[in-house]
Design a protein. Structure first.
Length: 66
């Protein structure tokens, strides 16, 4: 299964911008900021796994070492 990597890259970039915006927003309480940012980091990690898994599947299909 192939995914457009530029779409994943764009999503990660946009989430990074949202994290920076949350960090700079003085109207959000620190504990709420931490929760929001942690959630976004978790989503970034999940997104980053997509191309890694795709690459592993491609290598396995081609008989290459992981």
């Amino acid at each position: 299964m192939m995914f457009p990597l530029d779409g994943i890259s764009k999503a990660l970039s946009e989430q990074g911008q949202v994290i920076r915006d949350i960090y700079r927003n003085p109207e959000i309480a620190p504990d709420e900021k931490r929760q929001l940012i942690d959630t976004l980091y978790y989503r970034e990690i999940e997104l980053a796994h997509i191309p890694n898994e795709s690459l592993q599947q491609t290598r396995a299909a081609l008989g290459a070492a992981p």
